[in-house]
Design a protein around this ligand. Structure first.
Ligand SMILES: Cc1cc2nc3c(=O)[nH]c(=O)nc-3n(C[C@H](O)[C@H](O)[C@H](O)COP(=O)(O)OP(=O)(O)OC[C@H]3O[C@@H](n4cnc5c(N)ncnc54)[C@H](O)[C@@H]3O)c2cc1C
Length: 462
């Protein structure tokens, strides 16, 4: 589809950034997103050179009726960072991060990646709680929630968001915080990119020694059941300072750990007293001794990018997730059966331990669903060969269906893959009826025409 030439000319004249069309040499790389299964072809790509480029892009979408996609880091698993036959506003060129060590406030432009933020804060021995792969965009991650190695200590990324600057559907730039447009601030924290284009985020950072006590305990397949039972008992009584993430996968070849499924029990200690952290991990090691323990001192930046190479841009991906209030015997047996069936590299299941600071945020403080969850399971794939699609997607769906009967309400939109489900039903499954109603009222207020719809959409009306 070719947009109206006059409107395109006005857009080019109004923005400072580049506007790419399909015949530009850079177009093909610029249109691609992290998930190689999603191949979309926008008719124009605006590479924003400043916050001032946002309003003209919104005006162009409104005027032409073309769908508008917003991109931060392009890591959205469902491929919402691009669009067919529409306009893509790519904020990726705006990635400055400013740290004020006195106040602990960190201002990040919307195109920053998690790595940009960690690199800016680490010299001050500060950290913002973000996710665990450094190329992920702060924008999509924050607007959906943001879970990572500091979640039990300091909460989700949104729990540390102080304010955001947002260009809303009218083209007006507004601030959202506890004091300014608090309804919008509520919706931005979990409601995705439904309410406007964020141009910058301000976060509260926390002290973190750049040399962290973090590591991995590795268990062979025959010991998973015993290890998980010990882990669950241990996790019921650990301090907030420890966050753990259990991954079941066949490790990538370059990890040189062999080609069988392994259970990786990763942890990060975010407390001041490392000795205390060691004692906490020793309790787990005593309860169920790992086959291998990797406990070398780790630089925070290295730990935060440890998974990067396993999941490069362009891999094929399908993800699902579910939350749980417990992990009992039948659930453990189901997990072990399905995760142990992987004899390929390219799929995995991550079990995030929650509670702590995450669980103390009152449910109605943010749009993020289900603070009562104790564990969140993210089942995902990252394979290369299209011929593997049916088997890998089948594995993800199989474990998701098998764990479904044990799941609580609520889904984390950032861990949802692409599918054709009805947007209202998807939103209902993610947020539940009460939150969805509030989100829809907010949508009617800020975006009644659903201009921002290339996302996990909150429809203005059912
Ligand atoms: C390899 C990998 C690892 C991951 N690890 C984690 C993790 O550890 N923790 C976690 O919580 N999540 C994780 N995720 C999920 C991640 O949070 C989501 O995929 C998120 O959407 C990525 O954000 P992005 O900016 O990179 O995505 P993009 O594709 O650029 O954008 C995603 C969506 O966000 C919205 N958006 C983007 N920028 C803006 C903006 N400026 N204003 C308004 N809306 C905007 C748009 O609606 C867009 O549809 C991971 C994903 C991948 C692929």
């Amino acid at each position: 589809m070719t947009p109206d030439p006059d409107a395109s000319a006005r857009l080019r004249a109004a923005v400072r950034g580049r506007v790419l069309a399909p015949d530009d040499a850079e177009y093909d790389e610029a249109r691609r997103v992290w998930n190689g299964m999603v191949q979309k072809h926008p008719c124009l790509i605006v590479q924003a050179a400043g916050a001032g480029d946002v309003a003209p892009a919104i005006a162009f979408a409104r005027e032409t009726g073309l769908p508008l996609a917003i991109r931060g880091g392009g890591h959205n698993v469902a491929g919402n960072g691009s669009v067919d036959d529409g306009i893509l506003l790519d904020m990726g060129g705006l990635h400055a991060v400013e740290v004020d060590p006195d106040s602990g406030l960190v201002r990040a432009e919307a195109g920053a990646t998690l790595g940009d933020i960690d690199r800016a804060t680490e010299p001050y021995a500060l950290a913002v709680p973000v996710g665990v792969v450094s190329g992920t965009g702060i924008a999509g991650l924050t607007l959906g929630g943001g879970v990572g190695w500091l979640t039990r200590r300091y909460g989700l990324t949104i729990d540390n968001l102080v304010s955001a600057e947002v260009v809303v559907a009218t083209g007006e730039l507004v601030r959202a915080s506890d004091d300014e447009n608090p309804d919008l601030f509520w919706g931005l924290r979990g409601g995705g990119g439904n309410f406007g284009v964020v141009t910058s985020f301000t976060f509260r950072a926390h002290p973190l020694d750049p040399q962290v006590f973090a590591g991995t305990l590795i268990y062979e397949r025959p010991r998973w059941s015993e290890a998980l039972r010990s882990y669950v008992a241990w996790a019921a009584d650990v301090p907030d300072e420890i966050t753990t993430l259990v991954t079941f996968m066949v490790p990538p070849v370059d990890w040189e750990l062999g080609s069988r499924p392994l259970m990786f029990l990763g942890f990060a200690w975010a407390g001041a007293d490392r000795v205390e952290g060691e004692a906490v991990i020793d309790r787990l090691r005593t309860a169920c001794s790992p086959d291998v323990a990797v406990l070398d001192p780790t630089r925070w930046l290295a730990f935060q990018s440890a998974f990067d190479r396993a999941m490069p841009k362009g891999v094929r991906a399908y993800w699902r997730n579910a939350s749980f209030d417990r992990l009992d015997g039948p659930m453990i047996d189901t997990l072990v059966e399905h995760c142990g069936a992987q004899d390929w590299v390219g799929t995995a299941a991550d079990l995030h331990h929650l509670g702590g600071a995450f669980g103390r945020v009152a449910e109605d403080t943010t749009a993020f669903p289900n603070r009562a969850a104790q564990f969140w399971l993210n089942i995902y794939g990252f394979w290369a060969n299209p011929a593997d699609d049916p088997a890998r997607i089948g594995w993800v769906k199989g474990i998701s269906d098998a764990m479904g009967p044990y799941a609580m309400a609520g889904q984390y939109v950032n861990f949802l893959g692409h599918d054709d489900a009805d947007p209202y039903r998807k939103a209902l499954a993610a947020y539940g009826p009460a939150k969805l109603e509030r989100l829809m009222a907010l949508k009617r207020r800020y975006d009644p025409m659903n201009l921002f719809r290339i996302n996990h959409n909150i429809p203005p009306a059912a």
